[in-house]
Design a protein around this ligand. Structure first.
Ligand code: ADP
Length: 551
């Protein structure tokens, strides 16, 4: 801006100077002409006096260096001319100044001289004898006048240029300085030129629009970040070249990456073949899904390309931790295999016994024994199938039980009553302690859980032992404990007894009619009830199972 002002001022001052010079020259030219005319008039008058008193000879004295002097007769014949040969000169009767002099006594004219080929001013005076004395002088033209003045004009021009540059620089700085000092953060608080005020108002208005839009963009970004950061799924948004536009913490954690930055290529985060193939496919514009193993995690990647107006703009990668799903799948496969195996054993026994009986290979007195074995195996099958059905229902999560108020002490009493005949058979004493405790529970599930715990406590007990069920409330905790004085569970097995078909001593368990599913149903059921199940046990001393709710 300073440069532009400087430049403009320089151009203006130069133009003004040039126009001034032209005007002055025109005025000078005009005034020189008038002055010359006056001088010619005076000269003509002096020479006329001389000619009238001395005669034509007086003109001979006039040097050629002086102005041109011409004496013309009344008829226009040139009698004398100090610049040319009068004999060769044409008649001057048609000259304007001569005609005027003959008529009015004096005459003047300005024109191009035929003789001297220059712009000439003529002054003619009629003498008393009727002849006309004419004095003429060349008038310098503008160019020659200018030529004389060139050095002075150049000097003045240089001076003006330097001065205008100096003042222009000072002036432009002075004009620009307040503009440079404008506080654009608060445009309307500046007090500068009135002409700038509308601009500042506009800037202020635009700033507030920008601020509003920024605020909106920021809050949208925050909202997006809040959502994505709280997502359990990993999310990566990238442009058409695979450079990251956005990502979340879960995504980085799944890939085992500490840090990533916007603009970084997504392939730098993971070099596995599956990941690279997925990125390649999605950047090629295709939907792609894959399963990836990441440091013990099973991860499902769903990659979707993003198009805008038919043009590929980028892609979104969604990573879902499917470890649990995969493990569950694995568990289900194992469970199916185990169930098949568990079913096969009693069925094989039943089939074997039945075959022997059919072939008449059993003595009549042993028939009851064999029929008993078949009955026992069939019972085992029924228990097993019923346990499998229970655990499958819990797995599906589709048990249609409603919560209802239940007295936990009463429920425990009922279960112990149902188990009393079995306990008596085993020589185990049943005890119940605690006070009435009302709680909202899915009753059939709690019944199943407690029944299994008490059943185990009786079956894995010793003759003369006891089972003690306690219902109690401590501060915010409601507890039901089932304590036995049985065989106990070695430490190494305690963690695994809740697994499906896990038994500490397989043959012993089978002997007492266990299916290996009881504690799995307990664990599952506890989860369904919103309770926690734990065990404390000492081999040879007994075990305590605790079902606990934190209120
Ligand atoms: P099972 O039908 O074989 O009893 P469970 O799932 O109920 O299967 O129990 C798993 C295993 O845990 C049992 O085989 C047994 O070895 C052990 N167990 C369960 N309850 C007790 C207990 N009260 N005392 C000792 N061992 C127990």
């Amino acid at each position: 801006m300073t440069k532009k002002i400087l430049h403009s001022i320089w151009i203006v001052s130069s133009s003004v100077f040039l126009i001034g010079v032209v005007c002055i020259l025109a005025i000078l030219y005009q005034s020189f002409g008038t002055q010359l005319e006056g001088e010619l008039e005076k000269e003509a008058k002096y020479l006329a006096i001389a000619v009238e008193s001395v005669g034509q000879d007086a003109l001979e004295q006039v040097s050629k260096k002086n102005d041109r002097v011409t004496l013309v007769d009344e008829d226009g014949t040139v009698l004398y001319d100090n610049y040319a040969d009068e004999g060769a000169m044409e008649n001057h009767a048609d000259r304007q100044e001569i005609q005027d002099a003959l008529k009015n006594g004096s005459g003047k004219a300005t024109r191009q001289s035929d003789t001297l080929q220059q712009n000439t001013i003529y002054y003619a005076l009629r003498l008393s004898d009727g002849k006309v004395l004419r004095v003429s002088s060349n008038q310098d033209n503008v160019i020659s006048l200018l030529q004389d003045l060139v050095p002075a004009l150049v000097a003045i021009f240089v001076l003006i240029s330097v001065m205008s540059a100096f003042f222009a620089s000072k002036l432009s700085k002075k004009i620009v300085q307040p503009l440079n000092q404008l506080d654009l953060e608060k445009p309307e608080q500046n007090e500068v030129y009135d002409e700038v005020a509308p601009l500042l108002t506009k800037i202020s208005r635009q700033q507030s629009t920008i601020r509003e839009q920024l605020e909106m963009a920021r809050s949208q970004q925050e909202e997006f970040t809040l959502i994505t950061e709280h997502m359990e799924e990993g999310l990566f948004v990238m442009d058409a070249h695979g450079n990251l536009l956005s990502f979340n913490k879960s995504g980085l954690e799944m890939l085992g990456v500490q840090k990533a930055s916007v603009g970084q290529n997504v392939l730098e985060l993971n070099r596995s073949k599956i990941f690279m193939e997925t990125v390649e496919a999605v950047l090629g514009g295709n939907h792609h899904e894959a399963l990836m193993d990441l440091d013990g995690l099973s991860c499902q990647i769903i990659a979707n390309p993003v198009f805008d107006g038919g043009k590929k703009k980028g892609a979104v990668l969604l990573m879902i931790d499917s470890t649990e799903k995969v493990q569950l799948e694995q568990l289900r496969r194992e469970f199916t295999a185990n169930v098949s195996h568990e079913l096969k054993t009693p069925l094989t026994s039943i089939s074997g016994f039945a075959e022997i009986m059919r072939d008449g290979m059993v003595k009549p007195e042993d028939m009851k024994k064999f029929a008993d074995r078949i009955f026992q195996e069939a019972q085992r099958l029924i228990t097993l199938v019923s346990d499998v059905i229970k655990i499958s229902q819990l797995d599906e999560g589709g048990i249609p039980y409603e919560k209802e108020e239940a007295d936990l002490l009463e429920m425990a009493r009922d279960i112990l009553d149902r188990l009393r005949p079995e306990a008596e058979k085993m020589g185990v004493e049943l005890r119940l302690e605690g006070e009435t405790m009302i709680r909202e529970v899915e009753k059939p599930i709690l019944d199943e859980v407690l029944y299994n715990l008490c059943d185990n406590a009786i079956r894995y007990n010793k003759k003369g032992g006891n089972v003690q069920v306690k219902v109690q409330k401590e501060e915010n905790v409601t507890k039901i404990t089932v304590k036995d004085t049985g065989i106990g569970i070695p430490m190494a097995h305690q963690k695994r007894i809740f697994e499906r078909f896990y038994r500490v001593d397989k043959s012993h368990s089978k002997e007492i009619g266990g299916t290996g599913l009881g504690l799995s149903i307990v664990k599952h059921g506890a989860g369904y009830l919103g309770a926690e199940i734990s065990v404390e046990s000492l081999p040879g001393k007994g075990s305590t199972f605790t079902l606990k709710w934190e209120n």
